[in-house]
Design a protein. Structure first.
Length: 351
């Protein structure tokens, strides 16, 4: 995190741990506001890689699961970077700044993924840099968000995953009530002061909860190489293009899509606080899930988890479909708490 920005947020009541804003004094109130009002969130849990050079487009086209040619000056994209076996190393949000491509992913993965992508550069006219210190990324969520942003920027993107770039930064619409602003550090304090007059500052976990409720998976270190794209519904949210050329793991992803029935899907679920308090710690990405039909073998894994506004934890769980349909799914062991499944905001469809 930029030290000047760190100090600015701390002066405004932010509690910061390892460069990530945890809360502004009352995490429960901030979560409640996230569910019911309008909130302003520093997204320091994410970093940004810049891919530049005259062959940047073809370089990314050969490595990522989506068609990078569809990323334009007005359109952003979800994509993934996979191993040769089709297992995801990272999910990311991608947009353009001039001829450069900006890749947003968890900050803890920025350097490992930069180095991994760098192994493919060879003689390509491409440069990959960690641009996380160049920008401040803010999230704004709530019904008043379009009005607040229009007062600051004027014109806004009209459709989800639309983009408008101004001297104050890039404005990305992820839904009718959720927006992201990627702004140069020189504009960040002025923008924060203006927006925070009408939106409640909230910790990063609030944005994580919004991603979970939206059914958007974020790959983290504990879940790297655990999932093929369809196991976390990536193709259902527009993160996979099945008509593009080859990329690492493409054959595995295509085979899963067109041959046979998918055996695992990602579901939205809830664990209440009484169940988790008995165990003594919160659910985390990478925690294993169990069901009786598999005789003690793992039936799934938590993809992401975050505290819920009212009680307990909401989570995204990749689970064997047969276990989800016929059995109780339990956290940590066959004696663990049972997951309560909730409807996702999009339909699950078979390949």
């Amino acid at each position: 995190m930029n030290p000047d920005w760190y100090n600015f947020l701390a002066q405004h009541g932010a509690s910061i741990d390892s460069g990530v804003v945890m809360q502004f004094g009352d995490s429960a109130a901030e979560l409640y506001a996230t569910a019911h009002d309008t909130v302003l969130i520093d997204l320091s849990q994410f970093g940004t890689l810049r891919v530049s050079g005259e062959e940047a487009q073809s370089f990314l086209q050969n490595l990522l699961s989506n068609d990078i040619r569809e990323v334009t000056g007005t359109r952003v994209q979800i994509s993934s970077f996979n191993t040769a076996k089709g297992r995801m190393l990272a999910t990311m949000l991608i947009w353009r700044e001039g001829d450069d491509y900006l890749l947003q992913l968890p900050s803890v993965l920025c350097e490992p993924i930069r180095k991994k992508l760098g192994m493919y550069v060879l003689r390509a006219k491409v440069k990959i840099t960690n641009a996380s210190e160049e920008y401040i990324t803010l999230g704004l969520s709530g019904k008043e968000t379009p009005e607040l942003l229009r007062a600051q920027f004027g014109e806004l993107p009209q459709s989800p995953f639309g983009l408008i770039s101004t001297v104050q930064g890039s404005i990305i619409k992820t839904s009718d009530t959720r927006w992201q602003i990627c702004t140069p550090t020189s504009h960040a304090t002025t923008l924060w002061n203006a927006l925070s007059r009408h939106a409640k500052p909230a910790g990063s976990i609030c944005w994580d909860w919004l991603n979970i409720r939206s059914g958007i998976p974020i790959i983290l270190p504990p879940t790297q190489e655990q999932f093929v794209a369809q196991m976390v519904n990536l193709e259902l949210i527009g993160g996979v293009n099945f008509n593009k050329g080859c990329y690492p793991g493409q054959e595995i992803v295509a085979r899963m899509q067109y041959l046979g029935k998918l055996k695992r899907r990602m579901y939205l679920a809830h664990l209440d606080s009484s169940a988790t308090s008995d165990i003594g710690y919160a659910p985390q990405a990478g925690d294993e899930l169990f069901s009786a039909d598999l005789e003690g073998q793992v039936c799934g894994m938590i993809v992401n988890a975050a505290p819920a506004p009212v009680d307990g934890y909401d989570l995204l769980a990749s689970v064997q479909t047969i276990s989800r349909e016929t059995q109780k799914v339990l956290w940590k062991s066959l004696q663990g708490p049972e997951l309560e499944f909730l409807p996702l905001p999009y339909p699950l469809t078979d390949n």
